[in-house]
Write a new protein. Structure first.
Length: 211
């Protein structure tokens, strides 16, 4: 899925490769540093955003789906103040509950290296969340079970952390129905507008729209 609005709005976009991300995650997991290594490298790319012709490096948002959603959550707890806002679409919050602790995704099982699994589970460290977060997921997701989002939501509520949430009944991992896609993109655009566009820019745009 792609943002249909980013190229015509005030949002320069860096889009990473899913394959390169998987290689990065695999290499990091084999080194036992999935939590910090992968998230740190992604965050460094954001810090180097000025090379992408981003005028205001203090206003960077991050969006991710599936593995990307997991990395969004991980980045938020590894380096809380870096991104101004974030959108998690169907991201995994805890590999141990996602695969009942048997996944080889981290190169070992949960009982063999509990510390690795703990630091690779952003859902366990949401007390570090500092920035606005929007969560989107469909209830019929079979790739990342819906309970992963419910656990994130439950933790955020217990911690008293503000967040935005939209649940799409019957929608799978990759949103398919046109009205759902329209709502997800419009909601995402409004979220980025609110947290990334300076007030004076928004006021100018609204003024032009009224003319």
């Amino acid at each position: 899925m792609k943002f249909p609005f980013v190229r015509s709005r005030e949002f320069p976009m860096y889009q990473g490769s899913y394959r390169s991300l998987k290689k990065l995650l695999l290499a990091a997991s084999l080194q036992g540093n999935l939590a910090r290594d992968a998230a740190d490298r992604i965050n460094v790319r954001a810090l180097n955003g000025l090379t992408l012709d981003i005028e205001d490096g203090d206003r960077i948002g991050v969006w991710g789906l599936s593995y990307g959603g997991y990395m969004v959550l991980q980045s938020l707890v590894v380096d809380p103040p870096l991104f101004n806002c974030a959108i998690d679409v169907a991201g995994v919050g805890d590999w141990e509950t996602y695969n009942q602790g048997t996944s080889t995704r981290l190169g070992t099982n949960a009982s063999a290296d509990p510390a690795l699994w703990d630091r690779s589970a952003p859902g366990r460290h949401l007390d570090k969340l500092e920035r606005p977060l929007l969560i989107l997921q469909g209830t019929a997701d079979v790739n990342v079970p819906f309970w992963e989002t419910l656990k994130i939501v439950d933790s955020l509520e217990k911690l008293g952390k503000p967040f935005d949430l939209m649940i799409y009944p019957g929608e799978p991992h990759w949103f398919r129905r046109s009205y759902v896609l329209r709502d997800a993109w419009r909601r995402s655009e409004a979220f980025f507008n609110m947290h990334l566009i300076p007030d004076e820019v928004e006021e100018t745009r609204e003024s032009k729209a009224r003319q």
